[in-house]
Design a protein around this ligand. Sequence first.
Ligand code: ATP
Length: 199
Amino acid sequence: MFLKRLELSGFKSFADRVQVEFESGVTAVVGPNGSGKSNISDAVKWVLGEKSAKSLRGTKMEDVIFAGSEDRRPVQMAEITLVLNNEEKKLPIDYTEVAVTRRVFRSGESDYLINNHPCRLKDIIELFMDSGIGRESFSIIGQGRVEEILSTRAEERRAVIEEAAGVRKYQQRKLQSEKKLTDTEENLSRVKDILHELS
Ligand code: ATP
């Protein structure tokens, strides 16, 4: 599996629609300071479901939308599409090419699509979970991340290892199931109270 293409529009410094093609092998993005190199990796993180504006070097999610420049007005929407080659079926989906799209509007509305079909953010996160390229994964190592991982607390290091080992998905499902169980127990207890009052 490899990243084939990234399409950016209205995202950070990319006001116009820009298409970046990647060949298999190594690609280096070069450019002067402030020309938007890190914005490309932010775009990848964002389309994979990043929810923290801080980790995208902003303060609120709206900061990912092109905010205007001296000669350009701000735009109303940011859109990123990431296209992956899935011929080896590393992603659990029956397509040889997978296109994931995320859009956000200034109004706060957002859309998520997998191969042009609307979906939920949860579906995107699940699709990439354990693939090694999720939003929390190690395929994107930002400046300072190496030191962060080395110096972080033992529990956080354990979480890093668990993500790499692919057990995070099951932990999340366990948490969701436990929550459902608690909700059901609460409902049962309420029903018992009502029955008690009626008898
Ligand atoms: P360096 O080599 O210094 O790390 P870089 O090439 O990685 O730089 P980026 O950090 O990707 O550069 O891009 C920074 C540029 O993106 C700045 O000029 C900043 O003004 C611009 N930028 C960021 N967010 C927006 C936005 N929402 N609207 C318009 N421009 C933006």
